[in-house]
Design a protein around this ligand. Structure first.
Ligand SMILES: [Zn+2]
Length: 204
């Protein structure tokens, strides 16, 4: 890891996605934090145009900074969709500075928006891990959870209603059987009486 003198307002540290750059002192909005630098690649030179890595910073159609060198501490700065810094590009000077666009507190990670091309090529396929995107994902997960719970409650209510209806039907059926049984036994008893009476009459 490159040595960083302590008068710098940042340090390299562990972040969600690996390493990142963190403020060690309050950084005021508008402050140039660090320069993003490296060899300049000329797209007109075939061998230079063929270089491909994650740290290329396109200045103009012709010039690109290859920021993959160790000395370029700014390469540790992670992308964020709602960043606290931005890249301040000076195409004619062929220089890039990272500048605070918010007041940054000590301990806060410094980020800037890498831009649409980088996002599409490297972040979208694996899912952006920046705070804003994580928050969005968390919210979506919570919403999905709530929806699942709502559906489950609905199913349970439905099942309960069904069970209640079934129980009601059973009770009714039992009632009917009981009622029929009573009538049948009454009829039987009445029959028996009649027979006895008949018998009596026969005897008399
Ligand atoms: Zn994001």
């Amino acid at each position: 890891m490159p040595s960083i003198s302590s008068n710098k307002p940042y340090r390299v540290g562990r972040s969600r996605t690996g390493l990142g750059l963190f403020a060690t002192q309050p950084i005021k909005k508008g402050t140039r934090i660090i320069r993003y630098f490296g060899p300049l690649l000329d797209s007109k030179k075939k061998d230079e145009d063929a270089i491909e890595n994650k740290y290329l910073f396109e200045l103009t159609n012709r010039w690109t900074i290859d920021g993959s060198i160790r000395e370029n501490v700014a390469r540790y700065i992670n992308h964020a969709c709602r960043p606290n810094a931005e890249s301040d590009v000076k195409p004619r000077k062929r220089k890039v500075f990272i500048r605070a666009i918010k007041n940054i507190e000590p301990g806060e990670e410094i980020n800037y928006d890498y831009g649409t091309d980088y996002f599409k090529a490297y972040l979208k396929p694996i899912g952006c891990k920046c705070d804003a995107c994580e928050k969005k994902r968390k919210k979506k997960r919570a919403e999905a959870r709530a929806e699942r719970a709502r559906l489950k409650a609905k199913e349970e209510k439905k099942a309960q209603r069904k069970a209640e209806k079934r129980a009601e039907k059973k009770a009714k059926a039992r009632e009917e059987v009981r009622a029929k049984g009573t009538t049948a036994s009454k009829a039987k008893k009445a029959n028996g009486k009649a027979k006895r009476l008949n018998g009596h009459r026969l005897v008399v």
